[in-house]
Ligand binder design. Structure first.
Ligand code: SF4
Ligand code: SF4
Ligand code: SF4
Length: 433
């Protein structure tokens, strides 16, 4: 078999950060990500893969500007990469200095994406906790000014962009952020839903994981229940009661029949999530996205909006695009979801995520790991798309995939990749690629 190489490489240069964002995996209970920087000598071991890359992204869980060797890494990568291949990273911008900006642009960085989740227009008390870009868009503006100044007159253009994490508390700021960023020289804007790490962050999410047909079916049945005087919100309080009142029995029977009807029609109904969502329905994002598109069209911004609901087509962009991920300790992984041990909160339940590791740069080169049987078989299994849709499983999420029973082994389809319960695959979460 001929040697192949990753086409996109994500390198976590550090796991340290200067912020404590409320939506960050590092703040999650159960997070086991040790703090540390990738030594330059470990980065150097990637050299043989660099000429084959289309893109290098110097990000993981941490702030890349805190790594003292970041400019040296960019220089090394630029020396080995094709001229048309792209080097970028995402940052909160706070640690940037004019000297650092010059070192990075002289070294050959092509894209820098800054985190902006709110402008100074929102009352601070409405946005509790630290946001992704800090609490002061002024520091992001200063970082953009430094980068633009450093790139002036350079033969290789520098593309600036912003990332906006869409949540209930800050959603209405999106069109303003697009205009604000464009006025400061940003050319692209990546909008992503939050990947929740606890129940509070999950309540902030505006992504609707239910399929359109499941929502329409449930809305009809919820209206029927209301006409019959049944309160579906009480179902989970009474379902396991031994002695039920006649009303409680009627409620349990109603939900049982609703589940059966849905199954007969081939509709997967996640009853708990749908019932929980009755009191805090997700607003229609159509008008907001229209306003954001209009702001982008006015300003020439390349706007990447996320899906508002799950994609019917199963597709893993990371695997399809030939991506490889290397953590700060030099171990190799398949994607942003499976490269650390941490907790998240999906479909109303906490979930322990365990990393999928294919070896370490301490023992082998990246192409040796990439071409090894374990990583090849993993990619083939992901691309076969045989895994179930755990997000819309009527009985899920089960212990096999929440990590309650320890590391994932296989799902109910017998598939050994933990992709059935992956939020990236649903299309609501996106990042600099
Ligand atoms: S800036 Fe990024 S890595 Fe740092 S705390 Fe915030 S989300 Fe986490
Ligand atoms: S693995 Fe568990 S949650 Fe996923 S579809 Fe199967 S039973 Fe449902
Ligand atoms: S867990 Fe998600 S992102 Fe990772 S390989 Fe599977 S589908 Fe792709």
């Amino acid at each position: 078999m001929p040697t192949s190489f990753p086409a996109r490489l994500y390198v976590e240069v550090t796991t340290r950060c200067n912020l404590r964002c409320r939506m960050c995996v590092k703040q999650a209970e159960g997070c086991r990500i040790p703090e540390g920087d990738m030594p330059l000598a470990v980065f150097d071991r990637l050299a043989s893969c660099l000429p084959h890359l289309d893109a290098l992204v110097l990000n993981g869980v941490g702030e890349p500007l805190l790594h003292p060797d970041l400019p040296a890494m960019v220089r090394l990568a630029r020396r080995h990469m094709r001229p048309d291949a792209d080097i970028g990273f995402q940052t909160n911008g706070l640690p940037l200095t004019p000297d650092m900006a010059r070192a990075l642009t002289d070294g050959g960085v092509d894209r820098v994406c800054l985190s902006v989740d709110a402008l100074a227009t929102t009352a601070r008390e409405e946005l509790p906790g630290c946001l992704h870009g800090g609490m002061d868009a002024g520091s992001v503006a200063r970082a953009m000014d430094m980068l633009r100044a450093a790139a002036r007159g350079r033969a290789r253009p520098l593309r600036l962009g912003v990332e906006f994490v869409l949540m209930r508390d800050n959603a209405e700021e999106l069109p303003g952020v697009v205009r604000w960023a464009a006025a400061r020289g940003a050319e692209f804007c990546i909008v992503t839903h939050v990947l929740p790490y606890d129940a509070a962050a999950a309540a902030q999410s505006l992504f609707v994981p239910d399929t359109d047909e499941a929502r329409a079916f449930f809305d009809r049945r919820a209206a029927d229940a209301a006409r019959l005087g049944l309160d579906l919100r009480r179902y989970f309080d009474v379902v396991w009661k031994f002695a039920k009142s006649p009303e409680e029995k009627a409620l349990v029977d109603f939900v049982l029949h609703m589940r059966q009807d849905a199954a007969e029609q081939g509709i997967s109904l996640h009853v708990k999530r749908l019932v929980n969502g009755m009191d805090a329905p997700v607003p229609d994002l159509g008008p907001l996205f229209e306003a954001a598109r209009a702001a982008a069209a006015e300003t020439g911004m390349d706007l990447r909006l996320p899906r508002t609901g799950p994609s019917v087509e199963r597709r893993c962009d990371f695997v399809e695009d030939g991506a490889a991920f290397v953590t700060a300790d030099g171990s190799a992984h398949p994607c942003y979801f499976l490269w650390h041990r941490y907790a998240c909160f999906l479909d109303g339940e906490p979930k322990q995520v365990f990393p999928r590791t294919f070896g370490s740069l301490a023992d082998a080169t990246l192409e040796e790991l990439w071409n090894g049987a374990e990583w090849r078989e993993f990619r083939d299994e992901v691309r076969a798309y045989r895994y179930p849709d755990c997000t819309n499983c009527p009985t899920g999420p089960c212990d096999d995939i929440t990590g309650a029973m320890g590391e994932f082994d296989i799902d109910c389809h017998g598939v050994a990749v933990p992709c059935g319960h992956c939020p990236w695959c649903l299309g609501g979460v996106q990042c600099l690629r």
